[in-house]
Design a protein around this ligand. Sequence first.
Ligand SMILES: Cc1ncc(C[n+]2csc(CCOP(=O)(O)OP(=O)(O)O)c2C)c(N)n1
Ligand SMILES: [Mg+2]
Length: 786
Amino acid sequence: MTMDNSMNFDDFKNQVIADYKLANISRELSILGRKEALMGRAKFGIFGDGKEIAQIALAKVFQNGDFRSGYYRDQTLMMAIGEFTAEEFFAQLYGNPDLNDNPGTAGRIMNNHFATRSLDETGNWKDLTKQKNSSPDISPTAGQMPRLLGLALASKIYRNEKELQQKNKFSVNGNEVAFGTIGDASTSEGHFFETINAAGVLQVPMAISVWDDGYGISVPKKFQTTKQSISELLKGFEKEEDTNGYKIFKGKGWDYPGLCQMYEEGIKICREQHIPVLFHIEEMTQPLGHSTSGSHERYKSAERLQWEIDFDPIIRMREWILSVNISTENELDSIENEAKEIAKVAKNNALDKYLNPIKKEREELLNIISSSMCHCVKDDHIKKLMSELSRTTFPQRKDNTSTVKKILRYICQTCDSKKPLKENLLSWKEKNKSENAKRYNSFLYCESAKSALKVSEVKPIFNESSPLVNGREILRDNFDILFSKYPELVTFGEDTGSLGDVNQGLEGLQAKYGDIRITDTGIRENTIVGQGIGLALRGLRPIAEIQYFDYLLYGLQTLSDDLATIHYRTKGGQKAPVIIRTRGHRLVGIWHSGSPLSMVINSIRGMYVCVPRNLTQAAGFYNTLLESDDPALVIEPLNAYRLKEKVPLNLGEFKIPLGVPEIIEEGTDITIVTYGSCVRIALDAVEQLKEFKISCELIDVQTLLPFDINNLILESIKKTGKVLFFDEDVPGGATAYMMQKVVEGQGAFYYLDTEPKTLCGNDHRPAYSADGDYYENKPSKYPFIY
Ligand SMILES: Cc1ncc(C[n+]2csc(CCOP(=O)(O)OP(=O)(O)O)c2C)c(N)n1
Ligand SMILES: [Mg+2]
């Protein structure tokens, strides 16, 4: 910390003292937090001890409008920017689900995972330029990196895209920095390197701090990092006079004045010139070890443990304060004592706020039970259950509910005197269930008026003279309208920009809308997804293109852990309505382009999945999704781009509803349920079967998530009594998913007069070529069917 000209000594001293106090409060929180977890009041605890000072230095350059994408060590940073309190620290630890007490995560994820709220209660954007922002943390190490790229890129787009400069809820001339934090060991992940390279190419205001404490749990740097130094390793990324690249800084985790100066210098360059910066903060410590899962005495040497004590950043800061005569031993002692007290009070308050509502619910429940008594032998059981429940010292809501369920089992069906008890408990159970659903299970999808499920259908309109064109032209002309309609719409991917995508669905549009909005990227599917997330978190509407469905797997971790859970894990506090556009289906070998649908749909609950059979339907889905706040995946049918489709008169306007299957062909003998490219194959089969007087009802489900929300398939089965689920996924894959939804979920079992069947790909891998796709590896189960 330097004293600049505008500051007198008292101001300077007050700041230093306030920083020292915050560091101590934060440390006391970690110490108390660990105790709480070890005493069983929290399931787990992970804390930011040993990282306090660098985070305080960073916070000084964190301005309104900036964004953080970090990890579980950042409690001090979050407190220093004023977005996290000591009470919230404990609310997270206990898993308090009340947004008033725990506004970042509402108890949905483990402690020290931070987030600010970008949306108001009605789901509308707050003015993000007037607050300090943190994107919501996830646990997978380096999982915060891909979205960091997008958060930083948003500043560049806002600075360079003139039409967006009115959008002052997200940016003031692109001056915002995206701050990333990551542990030294997590830099071993591919996500880190992919992000580093992409930001170097893009030259965006991204500032990564690596908190280097020398360990990833028990594994030291020598097993993690070449040359044991991430800054040495990344030297080739350093910007030279006539190249792009990074500014790389090194600091020591205990060097308060040095760190303050370093951040000031580095962030000025980053913010003004949009040059990415890497701060390698070495010599950090972990006074309490990695987490409450273990103790670091098991794997750190005595010398290392002693070094960590000697280089404790707070002790070092204290020594520095005394050495430059900013304060006295006495004053610092009393600050340390005050910090202990503040942490203790915060813990007690947070514990009360967490437990009191649960205790109140328990009290009310016990009153309901005891107000209805009779003299039956089973009363002893009930009394025992009541006494067990009332004695629990650290009650949980589930204790109440499971006690109610047990008591209900003890009430005889015929017991008149217990009738009110039974009725009261049943209604308590129902009320409790719906309250807890809101508490723990809400906001997986958008619940506001902008839910994709609330977008009304607008049918495509055709007339006699509607021309037949290649499907990709419908897509292109529809995108053209969307780009002129939504200034915040951007798209990017491999070959997306200059070529207009490998199938020409964006032909000519980069020339028309510019290379900021329609952009080529490197081959980096994971950060293409992350780019989309970061941009969407800052108010843009990204369509992130993954060239082929098979390669979505490179981005699947980020889709599953990050994008699909953003709304849920912030309990509606943030939204990222990213559209992932890809193309697939029709097996032509192991890759290019299969249909591993079950793998995908079963890992991205929280997103919608559209599987259009042609490009008109695909265009209709884009039109729907851009009216909504939900993230979604659209898989275009790869082999349909050059098939002829009629051009709708209302391009850009027609909207396909989600979760509403379409009956492609009416029939009476059997219901065939399929999607995507398989619709055309099924249609061929339907025609062939007509010759044999078999009448098929062919249903295109259109979206796999959500699935047939109005039970249209059930209605069809009521008529036909038979059902076949058909696709190209593996056995037990998406056909099994559809069968479960229909036979069990919709209750079709009761209307079937023969077993439900699936027809899908091999339990194998498909060989390349048309023949390779055709032949099976197993004997036919029904050799009499040809
Ligand atoms: C993808 C993934 N793999 C493994 C883990 C388990 N894990 C949690 S923290 C951690 C070590 C991280 O070390 P580092 O990045 O140096 O951060 P530090 O905890 O030292 O601050 C590991 C392996 C995880 N959370 N995510
Ligand atoms: Mg580490």
